[in-house]
Design a protein around this ligand. Sequence first.
Ligand code: HEC
Length: 134
Amino acid sequence: MPKRVWTLAVLVWVASAAWSVPLAAGRRASARPAVVSSTTGDYGTVVTKYCVTCHNERAKIGGLTLDKMDVSDPGAGADVWERVVRKVRVGMMPPQGSPQPDQETRAALVSWLTTSLDKSATAHPNPVGPWCTG
Ligand code: HEC
């Protein structure tokens, strides 16, 4: 990755970390404690365990590969992770008959992805998005 991109990524991370702390604290107070800890490595394990069997570079089921995706940085593959959120949130993925993550794990993954995607959308306003209407 070019150095410039890294610098930007770090800046974004620092900026988002600053206001994510009270946000996370508020959520933790209201929600049941998630079994999956908030380290992103665990989300990678969840994806690898429940999704990559079908969604890998070789099988490419549904045109989707998750083995090369970085769950710790959803903003970098926002289009893919948004599709993931849509499917996982309503329980369509993993498909019936495949090993299922429990409710807590599912909810924690969805919550991590949506929060990160929201943040990266705020950090990188889409030039054709609602921020540019003026
Ligand atoms: C047993 C194989 C299998 C497993 C395991 C599996 N999927 Fe899928 N997935 C499919 C198939 C088949 C499709 C295409 C049909 C469909 O869209 O329902 C699909 C489609 C999708 C799509 C839609 C792609 C698009 O067109 O936008 C997403 C997103 C997705 N899966 C995410 C996941 C996630 C996340 C997991 C793990 C939590 C997972 N899948 C686990 C078989 C699987």
